[in-house]
Design a protein around this ligand. Structure first.
Ligand code: NDP
Ligand code: MG
Length: 397
């Protein structure tokens, strides 16, 4: 019996995880559930899964959560704030942690889970993008394992031999990450000037939270995934290729030195990757149906358009630049996506903000958590100034 902490329980990954967990009550129990402000959804999940600990990150919501749990007759510990998130990630109530908070807000709890030796099921890609070396050091210190939930990295993990120390030792030539291309595949820059948040969030193949949906529309999501793959598989930028595959049935590939390409395929449903990570090295039913290959009929592939979707190019540039560039890229993107979703920044302003931020801030090396958070904060302030300038420009024109 494994016991889980699900951080980001009220989100899209949280829901898919709990769906798989509910199918296997003899294998998994829920030790802790955490969310940000969605008290009603968290209280409902607590009533259903009966964790020992419920954490609401925003302390202003703690009283409301207590009241709702009392009304529902749920008896569990309730806590709030950053220290409570760390407790949810490290306490004795769990041996595995699903890191599914969106954005840099998940960094500290993800690192803490790794340091505590938990099995880390990582969806929170922003954490590894910001602090890949720190996360790997924390995993070594804790002695636990990391299993990627991101569908592409989960696919690569499935296609790699177990236990190989390096790509060369495994005979791997390169990693090929597939990308759906997002809702605006095939469009020109001129056709992207008046995109609304709802258009950007209407992904053709996946139902996800709004931030990652916008990232998929700009292709910055694939850029974050290139950096994530670099850290997870110790792969240099030139051995990670991105190919657009609009059907989202082939989730990624590994090419070996003998010319073999191994791919993982399946319906676009995160529960496959989640079930794989939950049960590894075994396999369990994820509730996902059969991919009807004859009905699907086609698998198309094309090169990504790096001029229209500059986010992907910027991420490769940040990876090659090394140092703090990936922290700046991520922070600028988080600020720009929030501004876009608020109607304060046009769609094309997202890549513009990231590019200007990377050009403005000097690069350096952050070797501990405090320095990573410091670079993150500086980059956010820089991005906010750029966003204010870009939105006043947009208002004038
Ligand atoms: P959602 O927006 O659907 O959910 C985000 C979750 O994080 C919610 O539970 C939210 O709580 C919680 N949260 C947000 N901010 C904070 C905070 N400051 N402190 C604590 N909790 C917080 O996101 P997704 O589930 O789509 O994505 C989660 C992560 O997984 C992201 O990093 C994303 O890139 C990654 N991922 C997602 C995939 C998907 O298919 N959705 C696929 C691959 C990776 P509340 O509801 O209270 O706001
Ligand atoms: Mg992905």
């Amino acid at each position: 019996m494994r016991s889980l902490a699900v951080l980001g329980a009220t989100g899209s990954i949280g829901a898919s995880t709990l769906d798989v967990v509910a199918r296997h009550p003899e294998r998994y129990r829920v030790g802790a559930l955490a969310a940000h402000r969605n008290v009603a959804a968290l209280a409902q999940l607590c009533a259903r899964f009966r964790p020992e600990l419920a954490v609401i990150a925003d302390p202003a919501c703690e009283a409301a959560l207590r009241a709702q749990l009392r009304a529902a007759g749920v008896d569990c510990c309730v806590a709030s704030g950053a220290a409570a998130l760390i407790e949810a990630a490290t306490g004795n109530h769990c041996d595995s942690v699903v890191a599914a908070i969106v954005g840099a807000a998940g960094l500290e709890s993800t690192l803490a889970a790794a340091r505590a030796g938990k099995r880390l099921l990582l969806a929170n890609k922003e954490a590894i993008v910001m602090a890949g070396p720190l996360l790997k050091a924390a995993l070594r210190q804790g002695g636990g394992e990391l299993l990627p939930l991101d569908s592409e990295h989960n696919a690569v993990f499935q296609c790699l031999p177990r236990g190989a120390a390096t790509l060369d030792a495994a005979g791997v030539r390169r990693i090929v990450l597939t990308a759906s291309g997002g809702p605006f595949r095939g469009r020109t820059r001129a056709q992207l000037t008046a995109i609304t948040p709802d258009q950007a969030c209407a992904h053709p193949n996946w139902r996800m939270g709004r931030k990652i949906s916008v990232d998929s529309a700009t292709l910055l999501n694939k850029g974050l995934e290139v950096i994530e793959a670099h850290h997870l598989f110790d792969a240099p930028a030139e051995r990670i290729e991105v190919v657009v595959h609009p059907q989202s049935l082939m989730h990624s590939l590994v090419e070996y030195v003998d010319g073999s390409l191994l791919a993982q395929l399946g319906l676009p449903d995160m529960r496959t990757a989640i079930a794989y990570a939950l049960a590894w090295p075994q396999r369990i039913n994820a509730g996902v149906g059969t991919l009807d290959l004859v009905a699907a009929a086609r698998l198309d592939f094309e090169r990504p358009d790096l001029d229209t979707f500059r986010g992907l190019r910027l991420a490769y540039d940040a990876l090659r630049a090394g140092g703090n560039a990936a922290i700046v890229l991520n922070a600028a993107n988080e600020e720009a996506v929030a501004a876009f979703l608020d109607g304060r920044l046009p769609f094309l302003g997202i890549a513009e903000t990231i590019e200007r931020c990377l050009a403005t801030l000097p690069n350096g090396t952050a070797s501990d958590l405090a320095s990573v958070l410091d670079v993150d904060l500086t980059a956010r302030r820089c991005a906010q100034r750029i966003i204010a300038a870009l939105s006043s420009c947009a208002a004038r024109s």
